[in-house]
Design a protein around this ligand. Structure first.
Ligand SMILES: [Fe+2]
Ligand SMILES: [Fe+2]
Length: 195
């Protein structure tokens, strides 16, 4: 399936605003991939398809996850929407002919992050936060970082903002988000030790 065919299929599955968001994430992911020398085609496809499992409702997602052998942890049980990344990581092969473990992992992790994120994981995570349709108070600062900061500085700030938001709402904080943030800090302090 080529990229145009993926777009047509995705558009038929998602509501219009979610589809426009997906195209925005794909374009933003391409911009970031070029800036940080990451595979542009993988970034484009991962960005486009990251929310493909939003074709299922929150009520359907637990069943779609269990049916694919995805374990549902306590946080996901409380917030089934989180399952759309995990289901999407499998749906890309089932429905869009995409057979790439790197793309699948980036989609798996796009909502809450994960330990030792790859550059592609980081790009998709961040593109989802700042694509042009996003509108919240901190987004302009995050967009500035996307043009000026290093990949890790940028993603660290995205994780910080996301953690602050989740805590301010009184929601559960996913352990993968903490792992993502800790690993970026730890890996950079290791690098600083080597300098
Ligand atoms: Fe998502
Ligand atoms: Fe998204």
């Amino acid at each position: 399936m080529n990229y145009e065919e993926m777009k047509i299929k995705l558009q038929s599955r998602l509501k219009p605003s979610r589809y426009e968001h997906s195209v925005g994430v794909a374009e933003t992911a391409v911009f970031l991939a070029e800036r940080f020398h990451v595979d542009v085609d993988k970034a484009r496809i991962a960005g486009l398809l990251h929310d493909c499992a939003r074709q299922y409702s929150n009520e359907q997602l637990p069943q779609e996850a269990s049916g694919r052998g995805i374990a549902i942890g306590p946080v996901e049980k409380e917030m089934p929407l989180l399952l759309h990344g995990y289901v999407g990581a499998q749906l890309i092969a089932e429905e869009y002919d995409v057979d790439s473990p790197e793309i699948a992992q980036a989609i798996y992790r796009h909502t809450v992050g994960g330990p030792h994120m790859t550059d592609l994981d980081k790009i998709v995570y961040f593109a989802d936060m700042i694509e042009p349709h996003r509108n919240y108070p901190e987004v302009e600062e995050l967009r500035r970082l996307s043009r000026e900061a290093s990949l890790d500085e940028m993603v660290l700030e995205g994780l910080n903002q996301s953690i602050i938001f989740v805590v301010s709402k009184g929601h559960l904080l996913h352990p993968d988000t903490i792992a993502a943030r800790n690993d970026i800090l730890l890996e950079n302090s290791k690098k600083a030790d080597l300098d």
